[in-house]
Design a binder for this molecule. Sequence first.
Ligand code: SF4
Length: 456
Amino acid sequence: MKTIDQFKRSEQTDTFDEISKGVGHFDVKGKTILIPEMNRIGCHLMAGVFRGFGVSSFVMDTYKGLDMGKEHTSGKECFPCIVTLGDILLYMKKEEERLGDQFNPESYMYFMPESGGPCRFGMYNKFHRIILDSIAGLDRLKIVTLTADNNYSLDGLLPKEKVLEFRKAAYLSVVIGDALDRLLWRIRPYEKKEGEADIFINNAIERMTEFFSKYSSGKNLHKIVDELEEIVKKSREVIDPDIPRKPIVAVVGEIYVRSHLKTNQDTIRMLEKYGAEVVNASVGEWINYITYDQVRMAKRDLKIGLKSLRIKDIKDSLFRYLKYSMTLFYQYMQQRKIYRLALKYIDIQEDHKIGHLEKNLKNNNAFSFEVGTEACLSIPSALEYARKGFNGVVNIFPFTCMPSNLTSSIAKPLMSRLHTPYLDVSYDGSFQPGREPALRTFMYQAYQHFKVNGRA
Ligand code: SF4
């Protein structure tokens, strides 16, 4: 007979299995993949990659369904979880209105990756599953996920022989998305005519998405890179050379909110309004961090296996170590290639190497990769930017975000020691009258720093 505890545990497991059934690696053939918009560019390029492999894919309209997201949540959830829930609910509602009797939720798949560890990102798709299951018909809408725990493996989604090709194109889309973002932040503060940089980048997004749709599959990735080169070359024409360089400000923080324009109320534009040139942390940095962490853990397991002389463990960890080291090497190589290409024409900021960031944390005894989360990137990046001579650092995050509050408590005193202006800005969907004055005051400090120390 089961004890009460065993009974409770098995009940919980059954329930959790039930939730997990509609979340996972499903064959995407013949389905339409629905991608939530996170950053301005990368998600559109990713939709292009799916289309390049013959899978219909769309980026959903974002933020317009926020009220629906709020209706199904208590307010205690992470804000990105509420926003993305609203995106999928509104999209489904509109599709039902548009298609009437022809509407079939089974023909779509909702794309929601996850990461484990102490952070709640691993729970978004399970929580969304519970909500979708509670709405008539939407229990048939599957949630397709990729998890950081196996370095975002694509096994099961696509035919085996296509997985590696897709992975390469997908990574390229991430890096090109980052490079185009950085291009926008580099040219917009110096544009000849107001609005010209945004128009230029919007055209570039369309062009690059089209190229990813055409050339992701097969051996034509170089055509995408060639097109990027044309775009970067032309971007210089947007700049007015008579406008002097401005104070440079770095943005770190939680990946969704710092990247999602509506959620962060376009903080970068606001900083630019008060005289900044801004560099936001990239999405590629997060992908590289996930791969780096797999290498780190395989190395740790290998050491344990060697100590205990367990042959199976040694083999397994050695295999993982080699596999992820090669993946990381490939990613760095691709990333360097794209940034070097852009740097031939314009000085955008390159990304940090993750190993360098870890060393930086260790040297400062500031945090540990053993704890995990985005704090592993935000804290050493802030330090790195300050040492390089950036004129200020802004930490953008969702209100109540655990890793970002860690970042804030550790980075703030470090920035103060380095005499670098620093500001925390948290978002939960409300409009705070004090936010603009706070950013403006921060920019005043950044400008004083700039006057004394110059630019990085
Ligand atoms: S990083 Fe913050 S907002 Fe994102 S899932 Fe984790 S706790 Fe939530």
